[in-house]
Write a protein that binds this ligand. Structure first.
Ligand code: GTP
Ligand code: MG
Length: 298
């Protein structure tokens, strides 16, 4: 008999939710960076192991909305909390609890949601007894069904999470083909790989106002008869001054972002890639519904 479990991964920004999704699914499907608000939409990752299919939903980091885009992001989190079998609340055990996090936990109250508290980044704790303090602190906020200290980057404790999920999986059909690992279209994965590099390379306000779209995709043969994929992408930003920063001196920054993205794209799609990136300005797009919709972020 086949089994399935739907799991929402939620928590404050930068806690390591997308890192967890990628690690559990075993594929790099969600962008990861040290900048808060890296994830902007719900990203589904699927893992089928034996009879059990795990459907993970990564969500944007919970925060106080500052513009129309972040209103959509917070709405996405709230919508993704309902109707699932389990929730993993990802916390950063090196940080104090935030109000946005407490608000998220309050929203579990009265719903009877089964929530696993994952205390992430334990590799960064010098004093391991801090884990117990964190556990006590969070346990006052909600009756978590399990508490697991983990480190996603060190692959520590993730087997315990998988065991808990396996036990909680329910008999029923698999909702995705067994070899599928995400519901994200190819073009979205490509755009996110480029945006991730922009997030990692740029600083201050610039990366938060970046959106990426794929304009064209064409497979052809290169001079040696090898297959090559031509990708044209547009990197949008909010201001003329940001455009200059993204392009960089003599085009150096854009070249760097492009080269890093190309390496990832070639790894993921297992084909040689020729990537061309253009930079355009869409003034204040994060507050313009039409543009948010165009970028697939509504
Ligand atoms: N040291 C350490 N760093 C981690 C761990 N897990 C994630 N990180 C880092 O934490 C940062 C944030 O990771 P993400 O996976 O993007 O976090 P997120 O919760 O998805 O963030 P948002 O999408 O912005 O909400 C990245 O720099 C990760 O490499 C961990 O276990 N230990
Ligand atoms: Mg994320």
């Amino acid at each position: 008999m086949t089994k399935t479990i739907f799991v929402t991964i939620a928590g404050r920004a930068n806690a390591g939710k997308s890192s967890l999704l990628n690690k559990l699914v075993g594929e790099k499907i969600a962008a990861v960076s040290d900048k808060p608000q890296t994830t902007r939409t719900k990203i589904t990752g699927v893992l089928t192991k034996g009879e059990t299919q795990y459907v993970f939903m990564d969500t944007p980091g919970m925060h106080k909305p500052r513009n129309k885009l972040s209103e959509h992001m917070v709405k996405t989190v709230n919508e993704t909390l309902g109707g699932v079998d389990m929730i993993i609340l990802m916390c950063d055990c090196t940080k104090k609890t935030a109000e946005s996090e407490r608000a998220l936990i309050r929203s579990f109250q009265g719903t009877g949601s089964k929530v696993i508290l994952a205390l992430n980044k334990i590799d960064l704790l010098e004093d391991k007894s801090r884990v117990m303090e964190k556990l006590a602190e969070y346990s006052q906020l909600y009756d978590f069904c399990e508490v697991v200290p983990i480190s996603v980057t060190e692959d520590d404790g993730l087997d315990i999470i998988m065991d808990i999920l396996e036990i909680n999986a329910v008999e029923g059909p698999h909702y995705f083909p067994d070899d599928k690992f995400t519901d994200q279209p190819e073009k979205v994965i490509m755009a996110e790989m480029i945006r991730e590099k922009a997030l990692r390379e740029l600083s201050d306000e610039v990366p938060h106002g970046v959106a990426v779209t794929i304009e064209s995709l064409k497979e052809r043969e290169d001079r040696n008869g090898e297959p090559i994929l031509d990708i044209t992408a547009t990197i949008y930003c909010e201001r003329e001054s940001h455009k200059g920063i993204i392009i960089g001196k003599g085009g150096a920054m854009l070249k760097k972002i492009g080269a890093e993205a190309r390496a990832d794209l070639e790894d993921f799609f297992m084909i040689k890639v020729n990537l061309q990136c253009w930079v355009k300005v869409k003034e204040g797009w994060r507050n313009r519904e039409g543009l948010i919709k165009n970028f697939g972020l509504d």
